[in-house]
Design a protein around this ligand. Structure first.
Ligand SMILES: Cc1ncc(C[n+]2csc(CCOP(=O)(O)OP(=O)(O)O)c2C)c(N)n1
Ligand SMILES: [Mg+2]
Length: 324
């Protein structure tokens, strides 16, 4: 028996379907249109890591904050970023969530606490201290989630930030998505210990290794960490072990061993979860088909919206557009 309400289980699947569908569509459009020059910036696929964003996102309130990374489409979707605005941003359109100035790595929407992605590896870690401090200062119980990769966990910003967060009991949940590679470098080549979560001990905070392809495991671990942060007990470090399906980004060729890829593909987070839902009779095949069709329609509509939207007016280049 799964001890999570049915609606929450469906929400997990819906989020994972949306992320997967988004990535597949963007990949197709990138390949088809990149040369036409209307795709803004790089493209780092989140495919394969869906369970992390879906599990963590389901624990958050709209007014909680999250800081994302260069691989952040999934985080934004799970936080509830409007799909139309997201796709429009990918294409640099004025109707995009960052008004077409940011692209794939700069998906911002402050109204839902989506504090953007970051082209700088480890760049979100110090920024998360800011919203966490602000929540304490304003005496709210808002939580900040800070996503980062295994590569970022060996940046100086990781150590400085966790030290400061632990000292001040900042309400932060650190989510390290260990997909085992930083671009082409295996994690064992930049981190001398098996589990990044063990670094939590150095700051006197809880750390946990989580099966990152199991959305229920992520949800349970994140629920506990979010509850701790909300209750004023300080930060937690979660290390979600996972794997990206695609190469680092769309312009870097695949370099990972074939057997390793196959082993992880066999543990695809969506397939694993769907099997569980079927086994427990939570959803029928018809329910699954309906959900998939609904998600596909939302994505098709978002691409249409983005296509029909205008590019920013070049005259606005030097204008402080946030002022109006
Ligand atoms: C400070 C900095 N160094 C290097 C890069 C180039 N770079 C972009 S992504 C990346 C790998 C990051 O790996 P990880 O943190 O594990 O995240 P993942 O890509 O696996 O999600 C690197 C080295 C960068 N953008 N910023
Ligand atoms: Mg990585």
């Amino acid at each position: 028996m799964i001890d999570v309400p049915r609606e929450t289980l469906i929400q997990f699947l819906r989020t994972m379907y949306l992320i997967r569908g988004f990535e597949l569509k963007m990949l197709m459009l990138f390949q088809r249109r990149a040369l036409a020059g209307d795709f803004l910036g790089a493209l780092h696929s989140y495919e394969g890591q869906e369970a992390v964003a879906a599990g963590v996102g389901a624990c958050l309130r709209k007014d909680d904050y999250q800081f994302s990374t260069h691989r952040g489409h999934g985080h934004a979707i799970a936080k509830g970023l409007d799909l139309n605005k997201m796709v429009a941003e990918m294409f640099g359109k004025e109707t995009g969530c960052s008004r077409g100035r940011g692209g794939s790595m700069h998906l911002f929407d402050v109204s839902i606490g989506q504090m953007g992605g970051n082209g700088i590896v480890g760049g979100g870690l110090p920024l998360a201290l800011g919203t966490a401090y602000s929540a304490l200062y304003r005496n709210t119980d808002q939580v900040t989630v800070c996503y980062f990769g295994d590569g970022a966990a060996s940046q100086g910003s990781f150590h400085e930030s966790l030290n400061m967060a632990a000292l001040n009991k900042y309400p932060i949940v650190y989510v390290c998505e260990n997909n085992h590679y930083a671009a082409t470098t295996h994690v064992s080549k930049n981190c001398p210990i098996e589990n990044i979560a063990d670094r939590a001990a150095g700051y006197g905070i809880p750390g946990a290794v989580v099966q990152g392809n199991d959305v229920l495991a992520v949800y349970r671990a994140a629920s506990e960490a979010v509850a701790r942060a909300r209750a004023g007990q300080g930060p937690t470090l979660l290390e979600c072990k996972t794997y990206r399906h695609r190469a680092h980004c769309m312009v870097i060729p695949e370099h990972r061993p074939e057997e390793e890829r196959e082993a992880w593909l066999a543990r695809d987070p969506i397939n694993l979860f769907v099997a569980k839902l079927r086994e427990e009779n939570v959803m029928t095949q018809d329910d699954l088909n309906r959900l998939a069709a609904e998600v596909e329609q939302a994505l098709v509509d978002a691409v249409k919206f983005a296509d029909a939207s205008p590019f920013p007016d070049p005259q606005m280049l030097s204008v402080d557009f946030w002022a109006n």
